[in-house]
Design a protein around this ligand. Structure first.
Ligand SMILES: [Zn+2]
Length: 552
């Protein structure tokens, strides 16, 4: 029989396919952006011919990786602000602001008078205290300065900014948020949850050009780190035209070869209705290719973060007995938003970290989705950090899928017991328990909250340690996943979360030709080296979208 002519043949590789019927292979044939055959080098070369052969040189090939929850534009925007990730002291934080300012272009300096930094964690400061307005006043007294905590749920502003916002002694509180005051009743600059909107309302919104630039930068970073599908939450109740224009502009320049599944955040049911009618009338005009731009679930925001003590707990914080955190939406409101979304055919998901928020969210989902529809609905809890055996059992009953972020273990492990008490700590971040119970899970970064690099995420999944290897042996090591499970978490399971497992996530005939070639064999190195893995080449739809210039 004559060999069939195809667009591309890759051979001589160490392929982990993620396909249980044929887990390991050496070669594959690709045509029109899809994988059409997988097998040994001899089989593929016998049955297919091509003008385009790639010798994989015995390197490891994996399916393209999935990030099941991140913020693409936020990740790109992060590159435009002062990076405060990993600051070990308040003085290091000040130093980073000052050197960012020195390096900034004059023109941009004039345009943007706000000084914005993101990514600090006060638990890492040697001063062992929270940042406050006095620290930021030392950076600038004349210009508004804001430092956003890594979780994005708490920020600190300087005195100039407090005056601009109009927060003064005796100002009080705002619903759904918290404004911090010192012992004299003066505002200390610390704002959380909806109180942060007072600051954001004053910031010049990013221009279309800035959004476009952020999309481009973050998409390139995904391709570089091996992510070929990203579930991203970039927009919510407004500015739909602006975001679609920006995505369409990047796509038209050929820079959006990344499969994006958009999680859309709403805080009122009416906004879901408006979006649906906007989408019907306007969305197609942007000409976005549905293979690379599709609408995923409607998302609700149920609480804040554990580090910021805004995750909604069912009991007071062990280290702050006057607060149970912030439940952003009442359960009735969660139900009415999700109900509207479900009636328009949307998948459902919500951000929930504290046990009280998780209960509100899953019970709301239980009210909205009829029992016989639950298995196929794949309703999702994003984060799902503070859990009890009872909550996990209920998740299983309700067929809830969890989008977990293994890097949170590394960031949070040292504070979990002090925030929620030891008893609840040991049943939380229960990634292996969930899977053993039959709760489906998929892996992600929540970038820019945690680093985007999925190999860091896979490392955290198998070790439950920080990059520095803390704690020895891993935190609650029974909750580590085996390497193959971790790879599944970032491939097939990410596809499953979106209901796309028949078209992406595996190296299997019929699937999109999305795969990555690594600089070393992930199966043949110590676990602590996984985070150092570099991607040599990334293919999306059979096209090379990234090639590591240094290594080849
Ligand atoms: Zn998020």
């Amino acid at each position: 029989m004559q060999p069939t002519h195809v667009g591309l043949i890759l051979f001589n590789g160490l392929i982990w396919t993620g396909d249980e019927q044929l887990p390991h292979a050496e070669a594959l044939a690709v045509n029109n952006g899809r994988i059409i055959a997988v097998g040994s080098s001899a089989e593929i070369k016998r049955d297919y011919s091509s003008d385009n052969y790639i010798d994989l040189q015995n390197k490891r090939l994996l399916p393209g990786l999935h990030d099941s929850h991140m913020h693409l534009i936020g990740t790109g925007m992060m590159l435009r602000t002062v990076d405060l990730v990993g600051c070990k002291s308040i003085s290091e934080l000040s130093g980073r602001f000052l050197s960012f300012e020195q390096n900034r272009e004059q023109a941009e300096d004039k345009k943007e008078s706000f000084l914005i930094g993101r990514g600090f964690l006060q638990d890492e400061f040697i001063e062992a205290r929270m940042l406050d307005r006095n620290d930021l006043d030392a950076i600038s007294a004349e210009r508004p300065v804001v430092a956003v905590r890594a979780c994005g749920h708490v920020l600190v502003c300087n005195s100039k900014l407090l005056r601009m916002v109009g927060i003064y002694k005796g100002f009080g509180q705002v619903a759904g948020g918290e404004i911090g005051y010192d012992s004299d009743g003066e505002p200390n600059g610390i704002l959380s949850e909806l109180a942060m909107d007072l600051v954001y309302a004053l910031m010049p919104p990013p221009s279309e050009a800035e959004i476009k630039d952020a999309i481009k930068k973050a998409a390139a970073e995904c391709q570089r780190t091996g992510i070929t599908t990203a579930h991203t939450n970039d927009f919510g109740s407004k500015d739909w035209d602006l975001y679609h224009r920006a995505f369409a502009a990047v796509a038209s320049e050929g820079d959006l070869k990344l499969r994006l599944n958009h999680q859309i955040l709403f805080d009122k049911p009416e906004d879901v209705v408006s979006f649906v009618s906007w989408r019907k009338e306007h969305a197609s005009a942007y000409g976005l290719d549905p293979e690379y731009f599709c609408y995923g679930p409607v998302k609700v925001m149920c609480d804040g973060s554990l580090g910021g003590r805004t995750a909604a707990l069912s009991e007071p914080y062990a280290d702050a007995p006057d607060t149970c955190g912030v439940a952003i939406l009442k359960r009735e409101m969660i139900v009415s938003i999700l109900n509207e979304a479900y009636s328009h055919g949307f998948q459902l998901c919500g951000h929930a970290i504290g046990d009280a928020a998780i209960i509100d969210l899953i019970e709301a989902i239980g009210e909205v989705v009829p029992p016989e529809k639950r298995p196929a609905a794949r309703s999702r809890v994003i984060h799902a950090q503070i859990t009890t055996p009872g909550i996990l059992k209920r998740m299983r009953e309700l067929h809830i899928h969890c989008d977990i972020q293994p890097p949170f273990v590394a960031t949070d492990y040292a504070i979990v017991a002090s925030r929620v008490g030891r008893e609840k700590a040991v049943t939380s971040y229960a990634w292996a328990t969930m899977r053993h119970m039959g709760i489906t899970t998929s892996g992600g970064s929540d970038a820019p909250v945690e680093p985007l690099n999925p190999f860091y995420g896979i490392y955290c999944t198998v070790t439950r340690q920080t990059a520095a290897g803390e704690p020895p042996g891993g935190w609650l090591p029974d909750e580590c996943l085996a390497l193959e499970e971790a790879l599944r978490l970032y491939t097939y399971d990410g596809a499953y979360a979106a209901g796309n497992e028949d078209i992406v996530g595996r190296i299997k005939p019929g699937q999109y030709a999305d795969f990555i070639q690594l600089d070393r064999d992930i199966f043949d190195i110590p676990h602590n080296e996984i985070k150092e893995i570099r991607v040599l080449t990334t293919w999306v739809g059979g096209e090379i979208v990234y090639k590591n210039a240094h290594e080849i």
